[in-house]
Design a protein around this ligand. Structure first.
Ligand SMILES: Cc1ncc(COP(=O)(O)O)c(C=O)c1O
Length: 397
């Protein structure tokens, strides 16, 4: 389909839906599922829920292929909700330090559900032990090691785990051995600077080359650190079950590591526009949202209602949404995507008029779902259904 046909396709299929709306092109989602499976080689994929934020779509992904299994949650209450809804093999991607939530997780574990907590410091373990004594549960945990590249002049990576080297991991292991209510099930190292940072960003020029070199160094570092950590951890906890690594942008490199037993992918399914900026893979823009032209203040300027859904993280222009259809349309540099009005500049062949839609993509995957109660599912030229988002289910984490 050409981009002109694509615009007409969505416009026809979604006629009468009211604005704004979010739409998931299931045909493109299926292609992304296959692309990510191919990219991961033989490794299983764990789905990052933060990048999906709809139980129905999570389930769709898990049903799509036996190699897509397990979920990585971002909030303890979210894990509890999904566990109660029947989702299995839940790994918390981040620490839970709320005692009430830890307590509820303990009760869920006692019912036979699997929720594995992420830990990286003695304070996490002390909290778990305190709660575990009360609820009489043994909590499975996963140890998160830092994979950032620390240089004198630059910290290339994220600030998460304080376990930055072998000695720190060794010290943490001694603490783990003192925790009778904790069972060490997993190791995670997330190479955020490889998985989440584009290296073919428009306007970055030579910076892209620098990023690629730093990413190549980070890939080697991740491999060495995960291997070293696995050897050390397994020597003390021989029943370790899994080693988690990676994210959408690093699948090709993470799957090369023997130490890694599963790769996390979330964004790679909806494919928000930040993931257009990687040189080594291509995904289909499956999740879009549509806003409606309500004014034409000058020739070539179409002002739409709403649309200002900007992504989290360091504030920079690439965090803004991107207009994708009609092709060639773009945001106005001064106004960007606005709170209630978004002017779109367009001089292409589509004869836009008041009432017509403009389609945009969010920079990130799951955050768009915080703006919509449901996502319209399109398949084969028809609306095939609607999937409730966390927001639509009244869930805010
Ligand atoms: C711990 C962890 N693993 C994996 C990912 C990758 O998620 P995605 O594939 O949605 O980029 C993230 C994203 O932030 C993360 O925090």
């Amino acid at each position: 389909m050409t981009s002109v046909e694509k615009y007409q396709y969505y416009k026809t299929v979604l006629a009468g839906q009211g604005y704004p709306h979010a739409l998931l092109d299931m045909d493109l989602l299926d292609r992304n599922i296959q692309t990510n499976l191919d990219r991961a080689g033989k490794k299983p994929i764990r789905v990052a829920t933060k990048s999906i934020r709809s139980p129905e779509i999570l389930q769709y992904l898990l049903d799509a292929d036996p190699r897509i299994k397990g979920i990585m949650c971002f909030h303890g209450k979210e894990a509890l909700y999904l566990s109660a809804a029947g989702f299995e093999d839940i790994l918390m991607g981040y620490p839970v330090v709320d005692k009430d939530v830890l307590k509820s997780i303990g009760l869920e574990i006692k019912k036979g559900r699997y929720i594995c907590l992420m830990v990286d410091c003695p304070a996490h373990l002390n909290l778990i032990e305190e709660v575990a004594r009360e609820v009489k549960a043994v909590y499975p945990v996963c140890v998160d090691i830092d994979l950032s590249l620390h240089m004198n002049f630059l910290h290339f990576g994220v600030w998460r785990s304080p376990i930055t080297d072998r000695d720190k991991l060794y010290a943490f292991i001694q603490k783990l051995k003192d925790c009778p209510h904790v069972r060490v099930d997993g190791l995670m190292g997330y190479e955020a600077q490889v998985a989440g940072l584009g290296d073919e960003i428009k306007g970055y020029g030579l910076k892209n080359m620098v990023i690629r070199q730093l990413k190549a160094r980070s890939v080697r570092l991740a491999q060495n650190r995960r291997e070293e950590a696995l050897t050390l951890l397994r020597s003390q906890f021989p029943n370790l079950r899994f080693v988690n690594g990676g994210g959408t942008g690093s699948v090709e490199s993470t799957c090369q590591e023997n130490a890694v037993s599963e790769i996390t992918v979330g964004s790679g399914f909806y494919a928000p526009h930040l993931f257009d900026n990687f040189w080594n893979f291509e995904l289909e823009p499956a999740l879009l949202y549509s806003i409606q032209i309500v004014r034409i203040p000058a020739e070539g300027i179409y002002t739409c209602q709403g649309g200002g859904y900007v992504a989290s993280g360091m504030t920079e222009p690439i965090k803004a949404p991107k207009v994708c259809l009609p092709e060639g349309a773009r945001l106005d540099k001064n106004e960007g995507a606005g709170e209630v009005q978004t002017p779109v500049r367009y001089n292409g062949p589509e004869p836009l008029k008041i009432g017509d839609p403009v389609y945009l993509r969010h920079a990130k995957a799951g955050e768009l779902c915080e703006h919509f109660n449901e996502i319209l599912l399109i398949r084969n030229g028809k609306i095939a259904g609607k999937a409730a988002t966390y927001r639509g289910l009244g869930l805010v984490f």
